[in-house]
Design a binder for this molecule. Structure first.
Ligand SMILES: [Zn+2]
Ligand SMILES: [Zn+2]
Length: 281
């Protein structure tokens, strides 16, 4: 599969001259199946989702969007996804099941007046809203696995996407220091590419604990423990400038001792194949 990083920021968008190279959009990752010419699976719908329209060559979106959790920075892009909001589109949106609510009602909690001018029914095209349970699900020809993970405020999934050629794990918001379940370690075992929360640094540990996030050091440790092929540091703090991220890119590989580490950058493409995570773009 081909993985395109459309938004790599956490919490809130980070515009401005200090954030140009790594990008300011919040979490959104587009996945294209091997042999296909455009993405059919999207992980999270942060503001980066707006960029997907440009990748679809004028076509309406025909695919799924799976949300890791319902925080603003992971779903604010939904109503601004032009290629999904037109008569010819088909979008299946999966939201972590909680409180016995339907997928539609989970979205409507923050996607309806007075928080937002329209309700889910105001989106054009064929939209399906699904409350996603944990476990394995066939979605768009991939196997998508969801496991409950530690974060803060509402149910949060760690996600894994498998095809015949490789595997990607996606945990943008995760507090491994709060505990790692057996199910999570099983899901992460030997994954080819691990995109993981790296919002904070060890010196910011109290804030990381407070907000339910990971440090770069936590991410490296977890990648080692699960035997990941490549670690991609993701969900950067909105305060982390390009210069600060360059700095992390200088020392994190040393900390990882041979495990390839990549600092996620908006616009980056990853080719995910078994036994090797090659990066480019
Ligand atoms: Zn987040
Ligand atoms: Zn979150």
């Amino acid at each position: 599969m081909r993985v395109q990083l459309l938004g790599v920021r956490g919490s809130t968008p980070a515009p401005g001259p200090d954030f140009v190279r790594y990008g300011g959009h919040t979490s959104c990752v587009a996945v294209t199946a091997a042999g296909a010419d455009r993405p059919s699976l999207v992980l999270d719908a942060g503001t980066g989702l707006r960029s997907l329209t440009g990748l679809l060559d004028g076509q309406a979106y025909d695919g799924s969007i799976v949300l890791s959790h319902l925080h603003w920075d992971h779903m604010q892009g939904v109503p601004f996804f032009a290629a999904g909001d037109r008569e010819a589109s088909r979008v299946d949106l999966y939201l972590p099941a909680q409180d016995g609510k339907s997928g539609r009602d989970l979205l409507a909690q923050s996607f309806s007046p007075p928080s937002f001018p329209i309700t889910p029914e105001g989106l054009r095209g064929r939209w399906g809203f699904h409350a996603l349970t944990d476990g394995e699900h066939p979605i768009e020809g991939f196997t998508v696995t969801a496991v409950d993970i530690e974060h803060k405020g509402g149910r949060t999934f760690g996600l894994r996407v498998d095809d015949e050629l490789g595997s990607l794990a996606y945990l943008p918001d995760h507090a491994p220091a709060a505990g790692i379940s057996h199910e999570l370690m099983q899901m992460l075992e030997g994954v080819d590419v691990l995109l993981h929360d790296a919002q904070f640094l060890e010196g910011e540990r109290p804030v990381a604990v407070d907000y339910g996030h990971a440090t770069v050091e936590d991410s490296v440790k977890l990648a080692h423990e699960c035997g990941a092929g490549t670690l991609v540091l993701f969900h950067h703090s909105p305060a982390r400038t390009d210069a600060a991220l360059d700095e992390i890119g200088r020392w994190a590989p040393g900390l990882a001792g041979g495990l390839p580490v990549v600092v996620a950058r908006e616009g980056m493409t990853l080719d995910v194949r078994r036994l090797q995570g090659s990066t480019g773009g």
